[in-house]
Design a protein around this ligand. Structure first.
Ligand code: SAM
Length: 273
């Protein structure tokens, strides 16, 4: 990551959000008022000395302070120049914190393993997860994110909403740790937030992950198709029937009704049998 300042590509807001006390607007700025939320995020991530943690949208540094106190190396990315100035003043002497003035959607990501802990603007939740969880060999080990409650529910729903989400969930476990009331932020957003936990699934071989990805994508494309037909497109029909029943899946059941965990187990069986 470069330390160079990059001008925000699409800043249409010419006021200074770092001093704003007005109600929520479209800038996605909702600063954490409650440091206990920051502490819970950091504790859940498990980051400590020797770890690399990236915080997107560092704002005034509430979460950055807690992450730095853990002893981890912190890369704090912030797009708004006035926040960047404040962060540089606040963490200028802290060798464990690097402030990067950039857009989270395009800033180069570290090549070594890293964790993400961040209270991100709702509007960039999907592009950011796409960057972090999409690449086949992503160095991301996990993330603890503050996201919109409804978004978190969709991301963790038993039936992935599309093939892309299915792919992310093949390799990462996503679950909600907490509901965070809107009043914990300044200004308060119009809806509650969630603490979304993302963890890499470690036990899965790359081949099984690819097989699971294919199955979950097929399931998302045709959720009403019987599971035996979805699997039957990948392995001979007789074997498909045996694999499904031994995994506890009813072969005629609609593919979309079969929980993700069972598809993952099925993919492992296909590869290991
Ligand atoms: C929800 S606030 C969180 C601020 C701080 N982390 C906190 O918890 O108090 C989101 C922050 O992301 C910044 N931001 C908005 N869009 C961004 C982008 N595309 N890239 C990086 N930062 C962004 C905003 O300026 C703001 O500081």
């Amino acid at each position: 990551m470069s330390r160079r300042r990059s001008r925000p590509a699409h800043s249409s807001n010419h006021t200074d959000p770092s001093n704003r006390k007005t109600p929520a607007d479209r800038s996605g700025i909702h600063l954490l008022k409650d440091p206990s939320v920051a502490r819970r995020l950091a504790r859940s991530s498990g980051v400590g000395p020797g770890d690399l943690v990236v915080e997107f949208g560092a704002g005034t540094g509430v979460l950055t302070t807690v992450l730095a106190a853990s002893g981890a190396r912190v890369v704090a990315v912030e797009r708004h120049p006035r926040f960047v100035e404040r962060l540089e003043r606040r963490f200028g002497d802290d060798t464990g914190v690097r402030i990067v003035s950039a857009d989270a959607r395009s800033v180069p990501l570290p090549r070594r393993s890293f964790t993400v802990v961040a209270n991100i603007p709702y509007a960039i939740s999907t592009p950011l997860l796409r960057r972090l969880l999409g690449p086949d060999r992503t160095p991301v080990t996990g993330a603890d994110l503050v996201v919109e409650w409804g978004f978190a529910k969709r991301m963790t729903a038993d039936v992935p909403r599309d093939a892309e989400t299915a792919w992310w969930r093949t390799r990462f476990d996503l679950h909600i740790a907490d509901r965070i009331p809107a009043g914990r932020f300044d200004p308060a957003p119009s809806v509650d937030s969630a603490h979304l936990v993302v963890r890499r699934r470690n036990g899965m071989s790359p081949r099984a992950a690819r097989a699971a990805g294919e199955l979950l994508r097929a399931r998302s494309r045709a959720p009403h198709r019987p599971a035996k037909e979805v699997l039957g497109a990948h392995v001979p029909k007789k074997r498909a029937h045996r694999l499904l029943t031994s995994t506890g899946i009813d072969p005629p059941a609609p593919a979309g009704s079969v929980p993700i965990a069972l598809w993952l187990r099925l993919a492992e069986k296909i590869e290991n049998e």
